[in-house]
Design a protein around this ligand. Structure first.
Ligand code: PHE
Length: 370
């Protein structure tokens, strides 16, 4: 008990008020009624000035001790309340991850998205980065820089969709919706000096329509550039990719000489399979299936991308995602991919919980809605 009864009483009341506050709003209220501008202790402080000199010192000291007690109590109580509030919040927000999903038959991942994930998982583990480029491309990136100058006959190999350039009537200035992802090779070289190791997945467009061709389809471009890169690296990389992708330990492959203006030498890769009237079995048999185009990057392409071909070499490849999906998951007609028929998607799609990874399983076909 101090000398001053009024301090004692008020201290007692204040401590009680703090004790009774049961949430942070109440504790703030209590603080204001005690220490606020017109709070009880602030008022008490004003008495100090009116006291005779001999009492002033003791009163002041006692008041300070009482204030300190109040502040300590406020701090301690605030901490307790904050912890309680956090616990209540955490309890309310608990998510029971063991609960089954509401309707596992709703929603499917499209086979194109699934293959995309698988391809990214495989090349990701090999250390490739992902690059991107625009769907609407200029002719420089889609053709010229890829060793296909205007009037080059190879431009006719691809049935190109052109878009008029609003700023020019000159046909050479018109844009294209990219006929392949190879323009991203140039865009990557423009941004980055070797070593380069990228894949570039994306939509591509050609005027074509039958069971294995649609005007919009998907490709993955690959580009590796460094010192001393050889055709052996290309072969090893793509062989490893195909084995991982088709989830086979052994897969017969062959490289057929081919022609692309932007690679020299160029090749197409075939994988071994068995075709019967009703079935296509990948990995065994006497037939071959073409799966991708590839080759050593042409020196003119390196130059166009700002890379010295006397110092660096590289390889590139382009594969069709849709085609890989048809082969891996036995889907006979490409046009059905883009009809948005939910019955089709239910049949060929994948459950959203089947992630593709090299360690956890690539295709998880067990989860496929069959
Ligand atoms: N761009 C080629 C195509 O669309 C594929 C390819 C890419 C071939 C890279 C060689 C190297 O057919």
């Amino acid at each position: 008990m101090g000398k001053f009864e009024n301090i004692d009483t008020m201290l007692h009341q204040a401590l009680q008020a703090i004790e009774q506050a049961n949430d942070s709003a109440a504790i703030e209220n209590a603080r204001i009624t005690i220490l606020g501008k017109s709070g009880s202790f602030t008022q008490l402080g004003k008495i100090l000035g009116t006291l005779p000199i001999e009492q002033k010192k003791d009163f002041g000291a006692e008041l300070n001790i009482a204030k300190k007690q109040i502040e300590d109590k406020l701090g301690a109580k605030k901490e307790i309340l904050a912890e309680q509030e956090l616990n209540t919040k955490l309890a309310k927000e608990t998510l029971d991850v063991t609960l089954p999903i509401r309707d596992e038959h709703q929603g499917r991942i499209h086979p194109v998205s699934k293959i995309y994930e698988e391809v990214v998982a495989i090349f990701g583990q090999m250390g490739f980065d992902i690059a991107e480029g625009p769907d609407i491309e200029d002719q420089f990136h889609n053709f010229n820089a890829l060793n296909m100058p205007a009037n080059h006959p190879a431009r006719q190999m691809q049935d190109t969709f052109y878009i008029k350039n609003p700023d020019s009537d000159n046909f050479d200035d018109s844009y294209v919706i990219r006929t392949h992802t190879s323009g991203i090779q140039i865009r990557t070289m423009e941004k980055q000096q070797p070593p380069i190791r990228i894949i570039a997945p994306g939509r591509t467009y050609r005027s074509d329509w039958d069971a294995t061709h649609t005007p919009m389809f998907h490709q993955v471009e690959g580009l590796v550039i460094d010192k001393n890169i050889t055709m052996a690296h290309l072969k090893g990389c793509l062989y490893d990719f195909m084995k991982a992708f088709f989830e086979l330990d052994d897969l017969p492959v062959r490289y057929r000489p081919s022609y692309f203006p932007f690679t020299e030498p160029s090749a197409e890769m075939d994988i071994g399979c068995l075709k019967t009237k009703t079935e296509l079995k990948i990995g065994a048999g006497t037939d071959w299936l073409e799966v991708l185009g590839c080759g050593m990057v042409h020196p003119n392409v390196l130059r166009a991308g700002g890379i010295n071909p006397d110092e660096y070499q590289g390889f590139a490849f382009g594969l069709g995602i849709d085609r890989l999906a048809m082969l891996k998951y036995g889907i006979p007609d490409l046009r059905t991919f883009f009809e948005s028929d939910t019955r089709w998607l239910k049949h060929y799609g994948f459950t959203p919980l089947d992630f593709s990874s090299m360690t956890g399983g690539l295709s998880n076909t067990g989860g496929q809605a069959r």
